[in-house]
Design a protein around this ligand. Structure first.
Ligand SMILES: [Zn+2]
Length: 188
């Protein structure tokens, strides 16, 4: 069973009333948009990039939408960290970055358009973004699962005890999801 099927079936096994987000919507106090249904969040770059000055970005980083190299020494890929939402049979996706070793980063680039059935990964990485309101999620160990044909890899957290790791294993409630949205600036 692949990693997504595994976490989805585990979350389904935890009793929670069926929920329907299709008519769920609110006007966001921060961005002013009307948010409907399940919405993903994403980080533009690794936290190391996002917290850098314009000059540092210019001189120290090479970055595209999906790849980032810092000082020829740290290699990052953009991934999706899925967290199942109980009662929805769907997951919330956090667009987060992970490190890869130099060799795996090169493999990833070379196989970008290839199917994952080429037998690539999973690879070791460090989560390169924090996610509010979770404490200290930056640099959690994870497994990077490459996907088919240029889709972003899935991140599986590899820490037994961290609350974000536990929520990925067991799923979260819709109420918890709303707390995550609000902590990231998207609240009613
Ligand atoms: Zn918003």
């Amino acid at each position: 069973m692949d990693f997504i099927s595994r976490i989805m079936s585990r979350a389904r096994a935890i009793a929670e009333p069926r929920r329907d987000l299709s008519d769920f919507e609110f006007v966001c106090q921060t961005c002013g948009e009307t948010h409907t249904g399940l919405m993903d969040l994403g980080a533009d770059g690794p936290d190391a990039y996002d917290s850098s000055s314009a000059e540092e970005r210019e001189t120290e980083f090479l970055k595209s939408d999906d790849l980032c190299i810092w000082n020829d020494e740290h290699f990052f890929v953009r991934c999706v960290l899925p967290i199942p939402v109980r009662g929805l049979d769907d997951f919330f996706g956090f667009g987060a970055w992970s490190t890869l070793s130099k060799d795996n980063f090169a493999l990833y680039r070379a196989h970008w358009e290839h199917p994952a059935s080429d037998g690539l990964g999973p690879w070791f990485g460090w989560l390169s973004n924090g996610l509010k309101p979770y404490p200290d999620a930056l640099n959690l160990p994870c497994r990077v699962h490459p996907q088919d044909h240029g889709q972003r890899p899935f991140l599986e957290l590899d820490d037994r005890d961290h609350p974000l790791s536990r929520d990925q294993r067991e799923g979260i409630t819709v109420e918890r999801l709303m707390e995550i949205y609000a902590a990231n600036g998207h609240g009613p």
